[in-house]
Design a protein around this ligand. Structure first.
Ligand code: BES
Ligand code: MN
Ligand code: ZN
Length: 502
């Protein structure tokens, strides 16, 4: 659950709070804290060389001299651009929450630097994201004393600000739900359990959810998906979550997520170390489920569908084998050379299925390749797209959402690397350009639909706490998708009322 976060109009110096936080830009005068505690705070700041550098923090007990029990200044670094500012605020708000937590404060008040809706939304996001812990399986849980966050403004806040704080909380809630799904052990997040989570979310949000089992997947001809699933005793599940406005304006958007609930590599078995994190191989689907929940809240005027095909990739006597040739849903035959390149096989069939719904645009999210980490490092997702407009939209949304994203090429001349001597395609393309090969492979299954593939193998999880992300699942892609849906909704006029019959 998100930390309840509200916008409050009050004078910081007299406002009662467990912890009162000022955000300070690097190099700027300490105006916000001047005069607080009769100038004592700014004197301390000078003595301790607090300059507002990103991550710098100064905190003091007030001994009851002002409304707050404790005050702190948190550096947010130098000003760069509006999008970067928002991410500085997310980070600072999460730091403020962590400080409040370690000080045992029951309430936190953050002085808002500007009466700006996007900034308020980011502060709300950062606060709740920073409060996230995954301690379900710990005997010793540290209950959060902090029960609320107030965003302080001296002037009366314009109407848009409380709405922005609410949206920030909803987004953070959805991101944390995705994190939970990724962090939950694979013995619990089986394909059936993941489908059940989607159904539960859909029910709560008022969305439709269809869940198809093995027999129905067979009927649909999704043999690539079934091939990956056949080594496991768990039944594969094909899921479609649908949002439909009462009166729709325009074609649907489609979101597709990779949902391998555990990736051992199959018969092309991974090393023990290579498997340690492979419960996170359903992070794409977790992002789609979370994003669909936000779609229900954002109520765009067009339909949105979320799709995933969930299964495990395991070696066994029934497992698919290197050398197998399998014909997928859209009639393309694939030679399986490496059973560890399973994600593209499942996605191929699910993409082909999603395309049958004729979406205006399709975005898939997948922890698809280790190679994207080699190319872009641990925190940046790769973007592949057949559509310039869609690609630039997503890059802009990613910057706004604070989710590093970098465009990668889809060079036609590399197609020869995934040609097979015995089938239409093979599922690996050799050692070089591994993420590009995978994306080129997927492109064979989307037809002419404007499509973007986000390889989130890097940012989907991290190995230690970092800013407002904590160790484990990050919920990568959720904020980006929410921003994309929001912008598309804003750019689409509501459907005209049906013409009255004469
Ligand atoms: N799920 C993995 C990709 C992955 C690796 C995600 C590391 C997160 C961290 C994917 O199914 C996979 O195994 N890809 C192979 C492809 C190869 C066999 C062509 C890889 O990246 O090694
Ligand atoms: Mn794999
Ligand atoms: Zn995988």
């Amino acid at each position: 659950m998100a930390l309840p976060t509200s916008v409050v109009s009050a004078k910081p110096a007299s406002h009662a709070a467990g912890l009162l936080v000022f955000l300070v830009r690097e190099g700027e005068k300490l105006i916000p804290v001047d005069g607080v505690l009769d100038g004592l705070f700014s004197r301390c700041a000078k003595e301790e060389e607090f300059t507002g550098k990103e991550g710098q923090m100064l905190s003091l007990h007030t001994h009851g001299k002002i409304g707050a029990e404790r005050i702190a200044a948190i550096g947010i670094g130098k000003e760069r651009d509006a999008d970067r500012t928002l991410d500085q605020l997310r980070t600072a708000a999460s730091r403020a929450v962590k400080l409040a937590k370690s000080a045992g404060a029951k309430s936190l008040a953050i002085v808002v630097p500007a009466a700006d809706a996007a900034q308020v939304q980011s502060l709300a996001e950062g606060a709740s994201l920073g409060a996230y812990v995954f301690d379900r399986y710990k005997k010793e849980k540290k209950p959060l004393k902090l029960s609320r966050v107030e965003l302080l403004l001296e002037a009366k806040p314009p109407r848009a600000l409380p709405d922005a704080a609410r949206l920030g909380c909803e987004i953070a809630d959805a991101v944390c739900a995705a994190r939970d799904l990724v962090n939950e052990p694979p013995r619990n997040v089986t394909p059936r359990a993941l489908a059940a989570e989607a159904r539960k979310m859909a029910q709560q949000a008022g969305l439709k959810c269809e869940v198809l089992g093995r027999a129905q997947i067979e009927k649909l001809g999704m043999n690539l998906f079934l091939g990956v699933a056949q080594g496991s005793a768990e039944e594969p599940q094909l899921v479609r979550i649908s949002y439909r406005p009462a009166r729709a304006n325009g074609k649907a958007l489609a979101l597709v997520g990779k949902a391998i609930t555990f990736d051992s590599g199959g018969l092309s078995l991974k090393t023990a170390q290579g498997m340690e994190d492979m419960k996170t191989d359903m992070a794409g689907a977790a992002a789609v489920i979370a994003a669909m929940r936000l779609v229900a809240a954002l109520e765009p005027p067009f339909p949105v569908h979320g799709y995933f095909g969930a299964c495990e990739n395991l070696p066994s006597g029934t497992a698919y084998k290197p050398g197998d040739v399998i014909v997928g849903k859209n009639g393309t035959s694939v030679e399986v050379l490496n059973t560890d390149a399973e994600g593209r096989l499942v996605l191929a069939d699910v993409l082909a299925w999603a395309v049958e719904d004729k979406p205006a645009a399709l975005v898939d999210l997948a922890t698809l390749t280790g190679a994207i980490l080699v190319a872009l490092g641990p925190w940046t997702a790769g973007l592949f797209s057949n559509d310039e407009q869609l690609a630039s939209e997503l890059l802009a949304c990613a910057r706004r959402a604070g989710e590093p994203l970098w465009r990668m090429p889809l060079p036609a001349e590399m197609e020869e690397l995934i040609k097979s001597p015995v089938a239409d395609l093979k599922n690996t393309g050799g050692r070089f350009g591994g993420s590009i090969n995978a994306a080129l492979f997927l492109q064979h299954f989307v037809g002419k639909v404007p499509w973007a593939h986000l390889d989130i193998a890097g940012p989907a999880s991290i190995d230690k706490d970092r800013g407002y992300n904590s160790r484990g699942g990050t919920g990568a892609g959720v904020r980006l998708l929410a921003e994309w849906i929001r912008r598309r909704a804003e750019a689409t006029p509501p459907a005209r009322a049906a013409a009255k019959k004469r």
